[in-house]
Design a protein around this ligand. Structure first.
Ligand code: SF4
Ligand code: SF4
Ligand code: FES
Length: 337
């Protein structure tokens, strides 16, 4: 079960208001958006720049809805319900607007897939947007300067989810939206290559990106996993929850999972530091030093040949051996005051 956030707890104190959604009376709170209420009520509205947990900025305009009495359409990710409001998400006008946004964005999508779940493609498919009628914008070169993250701005829709994830969630503030008009683009620090920027490689931007414009540098992230293993990060004691995506018993990539300590976020170690699990030097069975390889001052060990020095043991033997040695130390210990 997902943990209840502080905001959710606070929201419970806010009174409910009744309003009309697609001809149905529903209730919502002034702390939630029309998009959130619609989702809860099973009404799907396309959305791209909106992401649960990030501040709503309303810049993609994919989520436009019609509100009775208002001259223009409204972005449902930024509007809250008020008593008696009449909202229509599927009117001819609202759908035409949603489709136009999706078609324009779709026309800019590159041929190459950078993710298995491109949200522009997904929404375009859901609301029936076919082959776009518009020309693609000029393509941007890939930035492969970062060891963990590939930057494919040809697939960027400038939704700024990455920027908000970096600035507001991780408080790193590496990413910005710079320049103007059709020169506008996502930049790292002062438009540096990502690998030369102050990025700490937490990958939060990758997790937030809806199109794969920011993706893991390993192509393994495009492979379909055959199982997902819910686990806890093995590094520090914070206890971030994560999901290992596994194929043929090998970890392909890691995703943050909603847990009380991390709410889906991870740092560089949890997200990218999983090679050790498959490293040939990794110890998977208990070992005990061989009687014919005693310790001496010049001792070195070749990690490719640990069995020159150790032998395999059962857990029972290894624990009894270690416990016996500790007991010997404590019995021989003398306290002086
Ligand atoms: S990996 Fe982390 S620090 Fe680097 S740009 Fe993305 S969110 Fe910011
Ligand atoms: S890189 Fe991805 S998350 Fe960032 S603005 Fe572009 S599409 Fe949005
Ligand atoms: S999802 Fe509402 S404007 Fe982008």
């Amino acid at each position: 079960m997902n943990a209840i956030t502080r905001q959710e707890t606070a929201a419970l104190d806010v009174p409910l208001v009744s309003f009309n959604l697609n001809g149905r009376d529903v209730t919502g709170r002034s702390t939630e958006t029309l998009l959130q209420v619609a989702k809860r009520e099973g009404v799907e509205i396309p959305h791209l720049c909106y992401m649960e947990g990030l501040e709503a900025v309303g810049n993609c305009r994919a989520c436009m809805v019609e509100i009775n009495g208002e001259r223009v359409l409204a972005p449902s990710c930024c509007r809250v319900p008020t008593a008696g409001m009449k909202v229509v998400t599927n009117s001819e006008r609202a759908v035409a607007s949603q489709k136009m946004v999706l078609e324009l964005l779709l026309s800019d999508m590159p041929e190459t897939d950078y993710t298995r779940h491109n949200e522009v493609d997904d929404w375009a498919g859901k609301i029936g947007v076919g082959k776009p009628r518009f020309e693609a914008r000029k393509q941007v070169r890939q930035d492969l300067s970062h060891p963990a993250i590939a930057v494919n701005l040809d697939a960027c829709i400038q939704c700024t989810r990455c920027l908000r994830a970096c600035r507001d969630e991780q408080v790193n503030d590496v990413i910005g939206l710079a320049f103007r008009g059709d020169e506008a683009k996502i930049v790292f620090d002062m438009d540096d290559p990502m690998g030369a920027s102050t990025c700490v490689a937490c990958g939060e931007c990758v997790q937030a990106c809806p199109t794969g414009a920011l993706m893991p540098a390993r192509e393994a992230a495009l492979v379909v996993p055959d199982k997902q293993v819910e686990s806890v990060c093995p590094y520090c004691g914070v206890g971030c929850q994560l999901t290992y995506n596994v194929k043929d018993n090998k970890i392909l990539f890691v995703e943050g999972r909603d847990g009380p300590a991390n709410h889906g976020r991870l740092c560089v170690k949890g997200r990218y530091g999983f090679d050790y699990a498959h490293h040939p030097h990794r110890l998977t069975k208990p070992l005990i030093r061989r009687a014919d390889a005693p310790k001496n001052g010049e001792f070195t060990m070749d990690p490719d040949h640990v069995m020159d020095v150790f032998r395999e043991a059962s857990w029972e033997e290894a624990l009894a051996f270690a416990g016996g040695k500790l007991k010997g130390v404590s019995v021989g210990m003398k306290y002086t005051f």
